[in-house]
Design a protein around this ligand. Structure first.
Ligand SMILES: [Zn+2]
Length: 69
């Protein structure tokens, strides 16, 4: 359950206002640069923490947001 734990930490950081953004329409929710398909795949797989290569924010997919609601 290490992955879940990692994402728990991300959600905590998100609440604390650190740089975590949602992927929106295949683009970074922070700087709106397009995310390469390979990176999108890695974000969806959640095997590691993926940071936007343009703005450095940590990218999370929409499922994280849904879990907050
Ligand atoms: Zn970005």
């Amino acid at each position: 359950m290490r992955l879940l734990h990692a994402y728990d930490n991300i959600r905590k950081r998100y609440r604390n206002g650190l740089a975590v953004v949602m992927v929106k329409r295949n683009a970074c929710g922070g700087c709106f640069n397009q995310i390469p398909p390979q990176m999108q795949l890695e974000i969806a797989l959640r095997k590691k923490i993926i940071a936007c290569e343009h703005c450095g924010r940590v990218l999370v997919d929409d499922l994280i947001q849904n879990a907050e609601e």
